[in-house]
Design a protein around this ligand. Structure first.
Ligand code: 6PG
Length: 248
């Protein structure tokens, strides 16, 4: 695993770096092939989508990109809780991407049925490495409790499930979720954590601290088998880290 920690002076600089990463990874893809991206929910990914919508909507060849999700709330696609709706409102409605390139999780259907359906969607539309779907880009957020995607500390064993996609529940609200598991997350070529804000500095420090005495969180299990792991942070989230150079 190649781990890269980048601290940005603003969310816009963080977002611009990620937009350029998409273009760089596209350059590595043979003409005629697709770049697969798993979108995440969360406030920082929302800012990233809004920035890309304003500054890169005509610079990225969206017809060469397939969009999936790393997790979804089991609600209709027009519900304000929906990760799909967040991405649609902040980016997708503003870009020219073919409908057939968008593979949303059907939050409106029975969760156990959707868990099965999405597994086949992933296996049928993403190249396999070791018989497991391998995303070119996996976007992840980080909760204050160390959760990522919809794998929470109270159910951390889901991360190492034999399944690639599971129905689970939010520990407090009980909200049904569909989430990718560590099997497919860690099979990604490039994983990007998007973490901003001072309130995340404690969990970021615990997960990234050097002595590895950190409590095990779902996010600390994210270790791409053969890929790159990027931590894209702002100064607030990186407050607890030492010897980190800010990106200009
Ligand atoms: C979700 C997200 C979740 C999110 C984190 C961080 O469906 O809620 O996938 O994993 O990324 O909770 O969210 P914030 O960046 O808003 O704190």
């Amino acid at each position: 695993m190649n781990e890269i920690i980048k601290v940005f002076n603003s969310r816009n600089l963080l977002s611009d770096f990620f937009a350029k990463e998409i273009l760089k990874k596209l350059d590595l893809i043979d003409e005629g092939n697709f770049l697969s991206i798993a979108f995440s929910g969360g406030s920082t990914p929302k800012n990233v989508f809004e920035f890309i919508s304003s500054n890169y909507k005509d610079k990225i060849p969206w017809e060469r990109i397939k969009i999936f999700w790393s997790d979804e709330r089991c609600v209709p696609p027009d519900d304000d809780e929906s990760n799909y709706k967040m991405a649609f409102d902040s980016l997708i409605k503003n870009i020219s991407i073919p409908e057939e390139n968008i593979f949303r999780i059907f939050g409106e259907t029975d969760p156990s049925e959707e868990e099965m359906r999405y597994k086949f969607v992933l296996k049928g539309n993403i190249p396999l490495i070791n018989k497991i779907p391998s995303f070119d880009i996996m976007m992840l957020g980080l909760g204050d409790d160390g959760h990522t995607a919809s794998i929470f500390p109270n159910n951390i064993s889901l991360f190492n499930s034999d399944e690639i996609c599971l129905n689970t529940k939010h520990p407090e609200s009980g909200q049904e979720r569909i989430t990718l598991t560590g099997k497919v997350i860690n099979n990604s070529k490039n994983i990007y954590f998007f973490v901003t804000g001072k309130k995340k500095s404690k969990i970021v420090k615990e997960i990234l601290n050097e002595d590895n005495s950190n409590k095990i969180y779902p996010a600390s299990l994210v270790e791409p088998t053969n890929g790159n792991l990027y931590w894209l942070l702002d100064k607030g989230a990186a407050l607890g880290l030492k010897n980190i150079r800010n990106e200009k």
